[in-house]
Design a protein around this ligand. Structure first.
Ligand code: UDP
Ligand code: MG
Length: 316
């Protein structure tokens, strides 16, 4: 099979027939063998009935229905699990992404050898309250992930080599960072294609402004995981040591000052009156705590089943 199209959807009943017809038209024109996997993410409207209807009409339509709304990432995860095509395309259900882009995306993966090609909605038809923070968000994501050529991490329209989707794990709300996940898994040839974007025709957006707060937190998590995920002691141990040493230095200062004053028969203060006493206390306690956190981290990562999972590209 050439192409799997994965469509996560949440209450998009009006768009589905149109989207399906459009994808089918593109596939037929280019003679692709394909499947469309609709992941109904706990819709409360008639989306599932529409999908059932479509799958009765066509063998290429597959559907998964979640019992409740889990989110876009879980939907993509289940789609990736099921995808059988050589090239996997993800697209939003709301008709904001155009299926006309599929053939070129397919070509870029197959002929130009990209592992992942992300759409870039250069001209967006979204409100300013969304496009402006998005610019900032993408700039940060570029810096942190080191993928400097991507302008639009969170574009719903993306194409993947099959091997990529089978070897990354999207969870939580990590769909915003799939290129970063792919890069961390060793799929570094990541490209971009300018795609057409349309205003939402039906329904309304499913994400609020909290997407940006959560997006930043997730980015920090991913950065941490990719740097220290398998060696937590290297970060906690270092921080812990620094703190403990500063604390120890404070102890030396407090004790030294007291001894000095006593030896020279000068009036001396109680150690608890010195600010260094409190510094010493806090820093040594925090330092020890960080060290313990490092040990706990090591215990946890020791139990991680994937700690020795390496993606081998070739072997002779
Ligand atoms: N979506 C989903 N589960 C959710 C939220 C959204 O499957 O919990 C789907 C939604 O139906 C759409 C896609 O994810 O197909 C992108 O959502 P939306 O268009 O609301 O996001 P935006 O375009 O505003 O970024
Ligand atoms: Mg949308």
């Amino acid at each position: 099979m050439d192409i799997s199209v994965i469509v996560p959807l949440y209450n998009e009943e009006e768009s589905l027939p149109e989207l399906y017809a459009w994808i089918e038209r593109v596939m037929k024109t280019h003679n692709f063998t394909y499947e469309i996997i609709f992941i109904n993410d706990g819709s409360t409207d008639n989306s599932w009935q529409v999908i059932e209807e479509l799958s009765r009409k066509s063998d290429c339509v597959k559907g998964v229905k979640f019992r409740r709304n889990y989110g876009k990432s879980p939907a993509l995860y289940c789609g990736f699990e099921r995808a059988q095509g050589e090239v996997v395309i993800t697209m939003d259900a709301d008709l904001q992404d155009s299926p006309d882009e599929i053939p070129e995306l397919y070509r870029m993966i197959k002929e130009d050898g990209y592992d992942l090609v992300s759409g870039y909605k250069q001209k967006r038809y979204d409100p300013l309250s969304k496009t402006l923070p998005t610019k900032l968000f993408n700039a940060t994501a570029r810096r942190v992930s080191g993928i400097h050529n991507l302008h639009d991490f969170n574009c719903g329209l993306k194409a993947y080599r099959k091997e990529v989707v089978k070897n990354i794990e999207v969870y939580g709300e990590m769909h915003r960072y799939i290129p970063y996940l792919a890069k961390n898994a060793g799929f570094g040839k990541i490209g971009e294609k300018v795609v057409h974007h349309q205003a939402r025709k039906y329904g309304h957006t499913k994400f609020g402004l909290d997407r940006f707060v959560n997006g930043y937190l997730d980015l920090i998590t991913l950065w941490f995981l990719s740097r220290f995920g398998l060696k937590p002691m290297h970060v906690f141990g270092l921080l812990g040591s620094i703190m403990f040493m500063l604390g120890f230095l404070s102890v030396v200062i407090v004790g030294g000052m007291k001894l000095y004053y006593m030896n020279n028969a000068m009036p001396y203060r109680l150690v608890t009156e010195s600010p260094y006493f409190y510094l010493a206390l806090t820093l040594m306690l925090l330092g020890t705590q960080l060290f313990v956190a490092g040990f706990l981290g090591e215990l946890i990562s020791r139990n991680a089943p994937e700690r020795n999972n390496y993606l081998i590209e070739k072997e002779l």
